[in-house]
Design a protein around this ligand. Structure first.
Ligand SMILES: Cc1cc2nc3c(=O)[nH]c(=O)nc-3n(C[C@H](O)[C@H](O)[C@H](O)COP(=O)(O)OP(=O)(O)OC[C@H]3O[C@@H](n4cnc5c(N)ncnc54)[C@H](O)[C@@H]3O)c2cc1C
Length: 294
């Protein structure tokens, strides 16, 4: 079956400069991080690797975790497992929970931060949580020998279906930055199996800051893999500044506003997915209320 098929060439840059030279010469090459997503594509090998593979495994610059008083920066080649063990005292609980939810220990040892954020066509939990935490990513764009670098909020890296929003240009995501000032109220919920039954799954990340008896800030992101990546600026601004506790009727009304928005913007979400997301959102608001009363 593979008669006449040659192994693809594998390039192993050691620096961002070497990566730029290689991608300029081989613009169609496949960028390879942990390989867990690429290898799961039925047709990845050998048909797609015509221009070779660029393996990021030797780029030490992409494996660093650094911090200062205001934020932590995490290289694209840091794995989920490394981040979990290095960031135990540092990272917001919602992010630790997200990392723990990503497959098995073996998978987490392999999956990289950059690989999780750069799948072209669908979103899973890491993008959802990082968007909620207002994290941003450093992305290098390679276009006919020219390189430009941009810091992009993760919430803006994708379209509303969850597809990577970078046009035709080749990119290298080098690191992400997460602010260390986060709210005390955080929730991450994953229902269903994101890999085996992604069409029935849903991921909800919510994050709120309380200021005495009101919400000073509320952010959330809801993802239905392959269908939607939803951030509601409208609901976020309705919630931010709300006095606590929020009246139960208003909680109910807000949760149905969310359903109305999701239905209007994403026709493929099933009724069951919608109802589960609504209940998670509603229960988060009820929990906010009970915490404000305690
Ligand atoms: C069993 C299993 C369970 C999983 N569960 C979850 C889960 O619960 N939540 C979740 O979020 N994910 C989950 N994942 C999915 C995982 O996030 C993806 O497989 C992810 O792509 C893994 O990263 P990787 O390093 O293996 O990427 P790769 O497979 O190497 O690459 C993925 C894509 O990103 C591109 N890419 C990689 N690095 C970069 C970079 N630095 N710059 C630009 N492009 C890049 C590659 O070209 C490719 O298109 C699971 C995976 C498996 C196998």
């Amino acid at each position: 079956m593979y008669e006449g098929v040659r192994s693809p060439l594998i390039y192993t840059p050691r620096s961002i400069g070497e990566f730029a030279t290689i991608i300029a010469r081989h613009p169609q090459a496949i960028v390879w991080a942990g390989g867990t997503y690429l290898i799961s594509r039925g047709d990845y090998y050998p048909a797609e690797a015509k221009d070779g593979i660029i393996d990021l495994a030797y780029m030490e610059d992409l494996k660093r975790i650094t911090r200062n008083d205001r934020y932590v920066e995490i290289g694209a080649m840091v794995t989920a497992r490394q981040l979990l063990s290095a960031g135990r005292l540092l990272l917001p609980p919602i992010l630790q929970e997200t990392l723990r939810s990503m497959g098995t220990q073996i998978v987490r040892r392999q999956v990289t931060i950059g690989g999780s954020l750069c799948i072209s066509d669908t979103r899973y939990s890491l993008s959802t949580t990082l968007a909620t935490l207002a994290a941003s990513a450093e992305v290098k764009f390679y276009d006919e020998g020219k390189v430009t670098t941009h810091w992009i909020p993760i919430a803006k890296l994708y379209d509303n279906k969850g597809r990577l929003n970078v046009g035709e240009k080749r990119i290298l995501l080098t690191r992400i930055r997460i602010g260390l000032e986060f709210g005390d109220l955080q929730r991450f919920t994953l229902f269903g199996d994101p890999i085996r039954k992604s069409r029935e799954c849903g991921i909800v990340a919510l994050h709120a800051k309380r200021d005495q008896n009101s919400l000073s800030k509320a952010q959330f992101c809801i993802t239905f893999p392959g269908k939607a990546f939803h951030i509601s600026k409208d609901l976020e601004s309705k919630l931010s500044g709300s006095a606590l506790p929020i009246h139960p009727e208003r909680v109910n009304a807000l949760s149905y506003e969310l359903v109305a928005e999701l239905t209007k913007m994403h026709s493929t979400i099933s009724d069951l997915q919608l109802e589960r997301a609504r209940r998670i959102f509603e229960s988060f608001l009820h929990d906010l209320n009970s915490q404000s009363l305690s």
